[in-house]
Design a binder for this molecule. Structure first.
Ligand code: HMG
Ligand code: MG
Length: 287
């Protein structure tokens, strides 16, 4: 076990963060937010999602946002895709990278995407087939991997089995989501011990929410296992509208502070990032 020397932070604030805001954020604010994030040194910024506007009205302006942002050559802008309908819309805009999503929890899937785990895999297979035809990079998210608001405990083996399926289907990277932030260093260890038996460490990302203040400790454990891709959200924005109890994602600023202290490189300017955090807080909460 040794720390990675470089970590890629995947900034999810513009998608996972803004999808959970009560008010609809003006499109121009989203565009300005992503443009500012692009100047911080972040190399991956999840821009929006092409889900049903009935499910997530907050991101119904996905096309305008994706087309409106100034894309930097060295920054990737993945978008969340629920089905082939969403992917067709995204492809028409020249999207190069997508994220698909499901969960080992049957009940969470029913609430979030209105289908079973098995049905979600079929949907994802269809998305992956189309995405591969267009040489897209594909990330696979698994939600509620450390606990579910409807089913409670989730067995690590169940997560591993699903992660393995998505990886074999062609996802380049699997992000293990602690959607409601109930994970602890001990449960994270158990999950990683199980998943890393099947999937190479360089293909695993971790995605923590900070409900009980364990997110940084959990990330520390993941780093000890060599995980080098970490999802986070500037200003700790976020939550999932279909996961009662889900508070914000771990704040990018905090993760960066810890990584800098550990001497792990990220390429990100912490001062610029703090500035963007202040900007979005001002826009959302007037402070
Ligand atoms: P559905 O309503 O169950 O069924 O949608 P459907 O496929 O029959 O579609 C119904 C209607 O939606 C139809 O329109 C479709 O055309 C339309 P109508 O005939 O009623 O006028 N529709 C769409 N419209 C636009 N774009 C589309 C699309 N697809 C269908 N892509 C569906 C199923 C999955 C689409 C829907 O339930 C949905 O969009 N769910 C997404 C919910 C979501 O985004 N949740 C949050 C993201 S997951 C998350 O946050 C966790 C994560 O961050 C990790 C973590 O934090 O741990 C990833
Ligand atoms: Mg999240």
């Amino acid at each position: 076990m040794s720390f990675p020397s470089y970590v890629t932070l995947v900034e999810v604030g513009a998608r996972d963060g803004l999808q959970n805001e009560k008010e609809i954020i003006p499109t121009k604010v989203k565009i300005e937010f992503i443009n500012q994030l692009s100047e911080t040194g972040l190399s991956v910024i999840e821009a929006t999602s092409f889900v049903s506007p009935k499910a997530i009205p907050q991101l119904a302006d996905h096309a305008e946002v994706f087309m409106g942002i100034s894309k930097k050559e060295n920054v990737r802008y993945p978008v969340l895709i629920p089905n082939t309908l969403g992917l067709e819309q995204a492809l028409a805009l020249g999207i190069k990278e997508i994220a698909v999503f499901t969960s080992p929890s049957e009940q969470f899937n029913q609430h979030n995407i209105h289908c079973s785990v098995a049905e979600s895999i079929e949907r994802i297979k269809a998305v992956i087939t189309l995405a591969k035809n267009h040489q897209l990079r594909i990330r696979g998210y698994l939600s509620c991997t450390l606990g579910c608001p409807y089913e409670g405990n989730i067995e690590p083996e169940k997560v591993t089995d699903l992660a393995d399926k998505l990886f074999k289907e062609g996802c380049h990277e699997i992000s293990l989501g602690d959607t409601i932030g109930v994970g602890t260093p001990e449960t994270v260890k158990k999950l990683l011990e199980s998943v890393l038996k099947k999937i190479p460490v360089e293909n695993i990302a971790v995605h923590f929410h900070d409900t009980y203040g364990c997110a940084l400790k959990n990330i520390y454990v993941a780093l000890e296992y060599g995980i080098s891709i970490i999802d986070s959200s500037v200003a700790g924005l976020g939550g999932c509208p279909y996961a009662p109890g889900a508070t914000g994602n771990v704040a990018t600023e905090r993760v960066l502070y810890m990584l800098n202290d550990l001497g792990i490189k990220t390429g990100i300017d912490v001062d610029k990032l703090v500035h963007v955090g202040k900007f979005i807080n001002q826009q959302l909460h007037g402070k």
